[in-house]
Design a protein around this ligand. Structure first.
Ligand code: SF4
Length: 355
């Protein structure tokens, strides 16, 4: 590892200017803190966190809709535990709704939600599906199981997101200039490296798909600096043990069998063309939107919350006036303080080492 750190310092001497790198994945944000990466690289390398935490980017309107579904008679809403504490527009979370009697079950996988549907045939069971390409194959697989087992009371509310269009939106943002991307390892095991190629060909920005231990992250920083120093812009794979350029074709085929791209709203960023997944028309019998029209009055972000700026890498969490005061992991105001992968929660937990 010392050799890699030495090489990073020497490359920065060659480059001789500050460099902004963005890690897109929330797991990387946490790993960078946990391994003390900022403490061993030159301070001229600025590591920014991007919109890579699925809980954080789920817009508040989807939370409001999930809460509304959970309060309907004859329905059970199922969701991952992380979504439970995200405040909705009226400062109410799914936890609050559950405490008031709404029928909500926390699940560890979509298959658990399907089990609940099998055991509760008199109820409509809705899975609040959030996450990136890492989780969408397991949801598609569950829908396949539901169809083939003839389960008629299982539905999905899809708030899925896909990563490459969000990167395009970030690159096109006039507020941000990124010199290189540390690309997500888990998402890339599914989609491979090819969907990112536009970053290098159209925008000439170096990128490296990276693993999660200290060696992985430092090596990827070294690879990015080498590209910058040599004037190259490529999509390189550091995480070669699990990521192949073509990705996992079977998983991608499964996603494509059930879902199609749609424009999607990202919290604090807005609508990004083609950045969501909705159920295909041919699968509308699995789509809760086809049987239930949920009308929530206008949803709005918590006043003063800077999640939108944090998710775009324009501000760091400590620049939010509520950070660590009105907003803590115990009493989160915004979504970025809820999930362990959220930037604000990571900065809060490791605030002793923030610079
Ligand atoms: Fe939002 Fe809290 Fe983060 Fe501020 S500290 S940006 S209020 S989540």
């Amino acid at each position: 590892m010392q050799k890699i750190i030495k090489k990073i310092h020497s490359l920065m001497k060659t480059i001789n200017k500050p460099i902004k790198l963005m890690e897109v994945c929330g797991t990387h944000t946490v790993a960078i803190f946990r391994h003390g990466i900022r403490g061993v690289i030159p301070k001229e390398i600025i590591l920014l966190s991007g919109p890579g935490c699925p809980v954080c980017v789920t817009p508040i309107k989807d939370v409001d809709i999930a809460i509304a579904i959970s309060k309907k008679d004859g329905y059970i809403l199922t969701t991952f535990g992380d979504m439970m504490r995200v405040p909705g527009s009226r400062k109410q979370s799914l936890f609050h709704a559950q405490a008031e009697g709404a029928n909500i079950s926390i699940v560890y996988s979509p298959m658990d939600a399907l089990d609940i549907a099998i055991k509760n045939k008199d109820k409509k069971v809705v899975f609040f599906a959030t996450g990136f390409e890492t989780t969408s194959p397991s949801i598609a697989g569950t829908l396949y199981q539901a169809e083939h087992a003839g389960i008629k009371n299982f539905f999905v509310y899809s708030a899925h997101k896909v990563v490459p269009p969000a990167l395009k939106a970030l690159i096109n943002s006039p507020d941000l200039k990124i010199d290189g991307f540390i690309l997500p390892g888990h998402v890339s095991t599914i989609i491979g490296s090819k969907p990112y190629e536009f970053i290098a060909t159209e925008y000439k920005i170096p990128s490296v798909i990276t693993g999660f231990d200290a060696d992985d992250i430092l090596t990827s920083i070294m690879m990015l600096l080498a590209q910058i120093a040599e004037g190259r812009a490529e999509i390189e794979i550091q995480y070669t043990s699990v990521v192949k350029p073509e990705g996992n074709r079977k998983a991608v085929e499964l996603i494509n069998e059930y879902f199609e791209p749609c424009d999607a709203k990202w919290r604090g960023i807005g609508v990004i063309p083609g950045s969501g997944l909705k159920l295909k028309k041919s699968r509308k019998h699995l789509d809760i939107n086809s049987i239930l029209k949920i009308d929530v009055s206008e949803s709005h972000e918590p006043k003063g919350c800077q999640c939108g700026y944090v998710l775009r890498g324009i501000k760091i969490p400590t620049e939010c006036k509520m950070f660590g005061k009105a907003c803590t992991p115990e009493h989160p105001v915004g979504a970025c303080m809820v999930s362990t992968e959220g930037s604000c929660a990571a900065y809060y937990k490791y605030s002793g080492v923030v610079r």
